[in-house]
Design a binder for this molecule. Structure first.
Ligand code: GDP
Ligand code: MG
Length: 370
């Protein structure tokens, strides 16, 4: 069951067998149509062709990754990955700060927590929650367009004094398109002109029906400024997370997605990677988008060096050949020769795509127009 012939895979991908053979050849593997290929090679192929295997098992759906599922007995609970969205000035950044400030268990609170685009908090009960500090909807849809559905839960921030605004509605639409559950955080409830009930009513018009209105969407009144309602919000995230039964196999070669990346003076190309499954370790050889590398060092969201990072953990990775793009996939491979092969192939594919650049979806078109 661990192998599939090239022709079978082509059928499942609705591609020509010959095209797969060609792609494999470029990746350094010469095979014929009826020859079996191993799971890792199949996964890479699927990825190169930009497909997602139609998933059968729950585990696949949960992981939301390209490639094959891990065996059910290998799966372990993992932290939810949460993205905060909403209209400008409704308090996304304030809410993130408030959540971090009141919940980070750290001796150095108020100290130097460096910005890596994602961070994890530990709740009073000891549960971990990963927050993505994405700058807006564009990043969210851009990541999705690149096949990286990394978010498990969206928190929609709506200011209770301002109500539903254009970007609120955009965020609702993006979240629906992604099929991700939403929790509504009605913010700025400390303000005298706050009208949370009106927010709930207006949400109805966009088919977001909160529990009080007979629907299933959780909502919570908060004030990021006064740090009110944060525990309730965290409880709702954990409840939602429980319903999703989020799991991943920590004991395999790591896969993850780039959250952000840049060229850093002195440190070279650096990427913040969210590990999706497996455990990323110092010394691992990897392909990351069209780049490759070997993990020279990893730094967590608290600025500490770490030796390894498991599922749902964001880490800064050093040791890249160049700067990848947000959403790019990191795949740990067996050796450097293999990494270079795959990276070269991806680079070529990327060049091809650029020269025939076309919007990949309506959503993508919209964000391109903005
Ligand atoms: P973002 O653009 O969504 O990230 O919004 P910010 O977090 O930057 O907040 C925009 C403004 O709203 C800032 O001046 C905040 O101080 C203010 N703000 C954020 N949350 C609250 C809140 O709960 N109550 C009040 N009164 N002001 C808030
Ligand atoms: Mg902000």
């Amino acid at each position: 069951p661990e192998s599939i012939t090239v022709q079978e895979l082509a059928n499942r991908m609705a591609e020509k067998g010959a095209d797969l053979v060609k792609a494999l050849f470029k990746m350094g593997t010469a095979v014929t149509l009826n020859q079996p290929i191993d799971q890792d090679t199949a996964e890479l192929l699927v990825e190169e062709f930009g497909h997602r295997i139609q998933r059968v098992s729950d585990a696949d759906v949960e992981i939301g990754m390209q490639g094959e599922a891990d065996a059910p007995e290998t799966l372990q609970p993992r932290a939810p990955v949460v993205t905060i969205m909403g209209h400008v000035d409704h308090g996304k950044t304030s809410l993130l700060d408030a959540l971090r400030g009141t919940n980070v268990v750290s001796g150095e609170s108020g100290g130097i927590t460096q910005h890596i685009g994602a961070y994890q908090i530990k709740t009073k009960g000891g549960d971990l929650i990963t927050f993505l500090d994405t700058p807006g909807h564009e990043a969210f849809s851009e990541m999705r367009a690149r096949g990286a559905n990394v978010t498990d839960i969206v928190i929609l921030v709506v200011a209770a004094d301002d109500g539903l605004m254009p970007q609120t509605i955009e965020a609702i639409n993006h979240t629906k398109a992604a099929g991700v559950p939403m929790i509504v955080a009605i913010n700025k409830c400390d303000k005298p002109d706050a009208n949370p009930q009106k927010v709930r009513e207006r949400l109805l018009e966009h088919e977001v029906i909160v529990e009080d209105m007979g629907g299933e969407t959780q909502d919570v009144e908060v004030s990021a400024l006064k740090r009110q309602g944060l525990d309730a919000l965290i409880d709702k995230i954990l409840l939602q997370s429980e319903l999703l039964e989020l799991t991943a196999n920590p004991d395999r070669a790591a896969e993850g997605n780039v959250i952000e990346a840049q060229l850093d003076k002195g440190r070279g190309a650096v990427a913040t990677v969210l590990v999706r499954r497996g455990t990323l370790k110092v010394g691992d050889t990897f392909v990351i988008g069209a780049e490759s590398g070997k993990v020279r060092a990893m730094i967590n969201d608290k600025g500490q060096q770490v030796k390894q990072a498991g599922p749902s953990t964001p880490v800064e990775v050093l040791g890249l050949s160049g700067v990848p793009m947000a959403g790019d996939q990191l795949t740990v491979v067996e050796n450097e020769a293999r990494a270079r092969e795959v990276a070269a192939y991806r680079q070529e594919q990327a060049t091809k795509k650029r020269t025939t650049a076309a919007p990949t979806s309506f959503e993508h078109m919209f964000s391109a127009l903005n």
